[in-house]
Ligand binder design. Structure first.
Ligand code: MLT
Length: 400
């Protein structure tokens, strides 16, 4: 008899975005005449930057020629991409060794897979609301999970509590879904807490490219000694429109050392390397050449243009909510606008209202945790035209 993982019984029936996609396609099927505007999942709409496409096209051509063809690459990524990332990090004041960087097919997979190198005995501290992958992947391992509350009173940025004992801490800044971002001083407090408690911070920086204020760190490693207590997960999905292309990177510093339950000291970088070389065969050469181009001078410039386009969408959304007096958060260092549902509606009631009455899709806050109830997330990743039209529909719909 093969037994299956009992922990799966503790998960919700389906993953948040799968659930929403299902509801939206059911509605679309029943109302084929309606134009639905999708501002739900944070999926980009602008094409890849030209220099990225050129780099990938060149790599494709190389793959078709005997002398430049490549088979398996290094599981942790090619040196050329490490070098590009070392330079990128240096541009905001962080010095990394190239073998501290691991290239992957995206932050979602790394967020999930990183659970492999931690013991099930750990207490996991997760913000609420937050990107649901942290919670679901730890439920899958049957871990002890505790929460810290994000609410308007703390700007959705929970801070460490000396009375709470946590071993692995997830932080997401700029935050998905609330768009709030920790300051340097706040991150210093987190690093101090982690060092004091021998904890490890899993720092999700997938939205770092949206930070517009130099006082907001783009990497946790700008904080002194963060290399002794943090792993950083990052992605090209939102930085460079790679949601369908797939590439991310995780930084595991050599200075990060913790004990096994039996007391053996382990370097987490070595553990992650062992994990990746065993379970992963690396990101395709063609994609890594595209990623390298993202971090070139021209790539950074071209990707910034797309980010600026989305930031303008965010501004349009916020301006719309100002007009109807709806309170919102985020939207500045983030492509997400996190709003209070109007008229006391629950998150899912507002979702149904927007879908059925206005044909606009967003993400119910409750899907990001119980503290998200009564809130709602819209993404700025739509086209300009759709963003303007969605806001017109919402403003008119709410005035009625
Ligand atoms: C989101 O909408 O929260 C993100 O697109 C999900 C992700 O990046 O996996």
């Amino acid at each position: 008899m093969a037994f299956v993982n009992e922990n799966y019984c503790n998960l919700k029936e389906s993953f948040l975005f799968a659930d929403i996609a299902h509801k939206v396609s059911a509605y679309a099927e029943a109302h084929p005449d309606k134009k639905i505007i999708r501002l739900g999942i944070g999926d980009v709409t602008l094409p890849l930057a030209k220099c990225v496409v050129d780099a990938m096209a060149k790599a494709v051509a190389e793959m078709g020629v005997q002398s430049t063809f490549r088979g398996y690459g290094p599981e942790q990524g090619y040196d050329f991409l490490h070098a590009a990332l070392v330079k990128y990090y240096a541009s905001f004041g962080v010095t990394l060794e190239s073998d501290e960087i691991f290239i992957s097919d995206g932050a979602k997979s790394d967020c999930a897979n990183i659970t492999d190198i931690f013991s099930n005995a750990n207490t996991i501290l997760i913000p609420d609301p937050v990107y649901p992958v942290y919670l679901d992947t730890n439920i899958m391992c049957g871990r002890h999970i505790i929460y810290m509350e994000g609410k308007p009173e703390n700007d959705f940025l929970p801070m460490p509590d000396e009375n709470v004992k946590a071993d692995v801490i997830y932080l997401c800044s700029p935050n998905n879904p609330t768009g709030s971002a920790y300051t340097k001083e706040q991150l210093e407090e987190w690093v101090a807490y982690a060092l004091k408690n021998d904890a490890v911070i899993l720092y999700d920086a997938a939205y770092e490219a949206y930070v517009t204020d130099p006082a907001i760190p783009r990497s946790i490693f700008v904080i002194e000694d963060a290399k002794k207590c943090a792993i950083e997960l990052c992605s090209l999905s939102k930085t460079a429109g790679f949601t369908g292309t797939r590439c991310g990177y995780t930084v595991v510093p050599h200075a990060l050392v913790r004990k096994t339950e039996s007391g053996k000291e382990m370097e987490l970088n070595k553990m992650w390397l062992r994990r990746q070389t065993t379970k992963f065969n690396g990101v395709p050469y063609i994609i890594q050449r595209g990623a390298e181009a993202v971090f070139s001078e021209e790539g950074i410039k071209q990707c910034r243009e797309s980010i600026a386009y989305y930031q303008e969408n965010a501004r349009i959304i916020m301006e719309g909510f100002d007009k109807v007096g709806i309170k919102y958060y985020g939207g500045v260092h983030s492509p997400y606008i996190w709003l209070q549902c109007p008229d006391g509606m629950s998150s899912w009631e507002f979702f149904d209202f927007l879908l059925e009455k206005l044909q606009v899709v967003g993400t119910p806050g409750a899907g990001f945790g119980k503290m998200g109830e009564g809130f709602f997330r819209l993404t700025a990743f739509g086209s300009r035209e759709n963003t303007i039209e969605a806001m017109e529909r919402i403003i008119n719909g709410l005035k009625k």
